[in-house]
Design a protein around this ligand. Structure first.
Ligand code: FES
Length: 186
């Protein structure tokens, strides 16, 4: 058994659980969260997707001990946020969205891509003036995207559903980033 301490949807939790118990079971059995699907138990259907810190992760593959000190976000909590509304707005504008089978997984992967792109841009923005000028980065690059076709191919490997092509995924990610910048969705 392990005394587990982590944050779930902004609530700090402490639990005593078997250290190898998968997160999908912890959510369902110990925390009565039934929005996580557990269809395939490890065959990468993608339906149990959650975010751990900024990483999209399959909850059925994460043993309890790996949760120590992390921040976990489930899709039902994510749907209440401005970040979800940003992505949904772009789905509606482009009239493209993931199919019901992978909606949750792909939407959380978009969120992860956008969060990580923002971190990179902020890091570049943190350079001192000399470094900005020297490296031709900093302000000139602030607000520019780090999202590329390679990012999309790499990050969407966790969702095996082929309902959208790479071009559509890239377009959604870029438009969502533009929308966040324009509306100052932090
Ligand atoms: S239940 Fe299918 S990947 Fe977790």
């Amino acid at each position: 058994m392990i005394k587990l301490s982590f944050t779930l949807n902004k609530t700090r939790l402490e639990l005593l659980v078997d250290e190898m118990k998968p997160l999908s079971q912890i959510l369902y059995e110990d925390l009565q969260i039934d929005s996580i699907e557990r269809n395939c138990n490890g065959n990468v259907c993608g339906n149990c997707m959650i975010l751990i810190d900024k990483e999209p992760t399959l909850a059925c593959l994460v043993p309890a001990f790996r949760l120590q000190g992390t921040t976990v976000t489930t899709f039902d909590a994510f749907m209440q946020t401005a970040h979800y509304r940003n992505i949904k707005r772009i789905y509606d504008q482009l009239n493209i969205e993931p199919c019901p089978n992978c909606y949750q997984a792909k939407t959380l992967i978009f969120e992860s891509i956008l969060l990580k792109a923002k971190t990179k841009v902020q890091q570049t923005g943190d350079l001192d003036d000399f470094s900005k000028k020297f490296l031709n980065k900093g302000k000139q690059r602030f607000g520019e995207t780090e999202i590329t076709a390679e990012t999309i191919d790499r990050e969407f490997q966790l969702s095996s559903c082929n309902c959208m092509n790479s071009q559509e995924l890239l377009e959604i990610a870029l438009k969502a980033e533009e929308d966040r910048t324009k509306r100052r969705v932090l």
